[in-house]
Ligand binder design. Structure first.
Ligand code: HSE
Length: 434
């Protein structure tokens, strides 16, 4: 059978990795796909020193790829929302299948892209858009298809996890580790996407959609980054038996769906609390299977290429199938998506770590306890660091039971009005993940 012809748009970290994996494993891949897979053209403005492209035709114009009649599958690895969207829509219009690693594009414009792809009977595959090399989309969409998914929670930004790990284990500065992550090709072109949680929110939006059968709704995700975390809180969390991780959480409740990304205290003995460096992990809880955990490299040249190439193989196998009988883009049939609403963060429920900087007076703890109990907030543990009294101020650290966020907001406002409390109260959400 004639080989399938692939066009790669972008020969950066992931594009270069994809080219190399397709070339190095060509024989093994052909045995899996049932026919050869050949890179027929590459679009790039800069050569990649890690790729020996040999006689593969190269163009500087990405639109040459989507207009090349030879090409069956367009691999979009340029990133961003604007040109990438134009490119993908043009590829679809030209009847080409698309494989992309672009989480921003899928999270923000996926509904429109999938509608267009259905119209044209083509596949848009996006395994590499979430958690790099971990095949978590396939696991949720296909492997867990018998379940009603209750919740999922994941460390889904490698750069952020790398920064938190290096800060915690080696005491390195935030800026120093971020620079290394950029040099290693982990970070986004705009690294604020990593540290402010936007990249994780893109990925969480995609996971929630395929887990719960809802449209992609990135604009409704709550996003909080890691830039304001302090070493003091990392250490107090440890003393209480927790690790701080930057987590994406999606949970189905009666009232709606929680969709939130934020630093989170996790019990230190959970497997996911011990996921370090650039590694990602996603826990998915289904009613039949219980809790499952998917772990692996969340970024990097060949781990991400692994997911891209798997999609290319999947598309190759499905080329001759009836479009109506393929796995739906978002796991659920497009006319069966649910309109269960996404909850605002004030309606989400979590436990909380609070750090209150209080004057070292008798009765302060009693005032704190009163404010919390008046709002029905139960305290799980409390720690007052007498040894750390400085300028007459003592840090009071407590962890609450689960409560709706609005009540914690009210309690924090009341605490900050107390004469004996100085500074803002630090609040970090806590998840037991059990
Ligand atoms: N910047 C992303 C990360 C790349 O660090 O996880 C992979 O999506």
């Amino acid at each position: 059978m004639k080989p399938v012809k692939v066009g790669i748009c972008g020969l950066g970290t992931v594009g270069g990795g994809t080219f190399n994996v397709l070339k190095r494993n060509a024989e093994e891949i052909a045995r899996r796909a049932g026919r050869g897979i050949e890179v027929a053209q590459i679009a790039t403005r800069h050569p990649n020193s890690k790729c020996d492209t040999g006689s593969t035709p190269i163009t500087a114009d990405i639109f040459d790829i989507v207009n090349n009649p030879e090409i069956d599958i367009v691999v979009e690895l340029i990133g961003g929302y604007t040109v990438a969207k134009e490119l993908v829509l043009k590829a679809i219009e030209n009847g080409k299948h698309v494989v992309t690693a672009n989480k921003a594009l899928i999270a923000v414009h996926g509904n429109e892209i999938f509608a267009k792809a259905r119209e044209k009977g083509v596949i848009v595959a996006f395994e590499a858009s979430v958690a790099g090399g971990i095949p978590v989309i396939k696991a949720i969409r296909e492997g867990l298809a018998g379940n009603r998914i209750n919740w999922l929670a994941g460390i889904i930004n490698g750069t952020g996890n790398f920064i938190l790990t290096e800060m915690r284990e080696k005491g390195r500065t935030f800026e120093d580790v971020l620079k290394e992550a950029q040099e290693l090709g982990y970070a986004e072109a705009d690294p604020t996407f990593d540290v402010e949680g936007i990249d994780a929110a893109h990925k969480l939006t995609i996971l929630a959609s395929i887990a719960f059968g809802i449209p992609l709704q990135f604009d409704k995700a709550y996003t909080e980054g890691i830039a304001r975390l302090t070493t003091a809180d990392v250490n107090y969390a440890e003393a209480l038996g927790y690790r701080i991780k930057h987590l994406g959480v999606a949970r189905r409740t009666e009232a709606g769906i929680e969709l939130r990304v934020h630093p989170t205290l996790i019990p230190a003995d959970r497997l996911i609390a011990n996921v370090n460096g650039v590694m990602n992990a996603v826990m998915v809880n289904g009613d039949a299977v219980g809790s499952t955990l998917y772990y692996g490299a969340g970024a990097g040249m060949e781990p991400t290429a692994s997911a891209v190439v798997a999609d290319v193989v999947d598309v190759t196998r499905a080329l001759t199938t009836d479009p109506n009988n393929r796995v739906p883009h978002l796991a659920f049939q497009p006319d069966s998506l649910s309109d269960h609403p996404i909850l605002p963060i004030t309606a989400c429920e979590s436990a909380y770590y609070l750090r209150i900087q209080a004057k070292d007076h008798p009765g302060v703890l009693a005032q704190v306890a009163t404010i919390l109990s008046e709002r029905g907030i139960n305290i799980e543990s409390i720690m007052q660091k007498e040894a750390e009294v400085q300028d007459g101020l003592v840090p009071v650290i407590l962890v609450t039971h689960r409560v709706v966020e609005q009540r914690i907001d009210d309690a924090i406002a009341a605490l900050e009005r107390l004469d004996d409390v100085v500074d803002k109260v630090v609040r970090i959400r806590v998840e037991q993940l059990n």
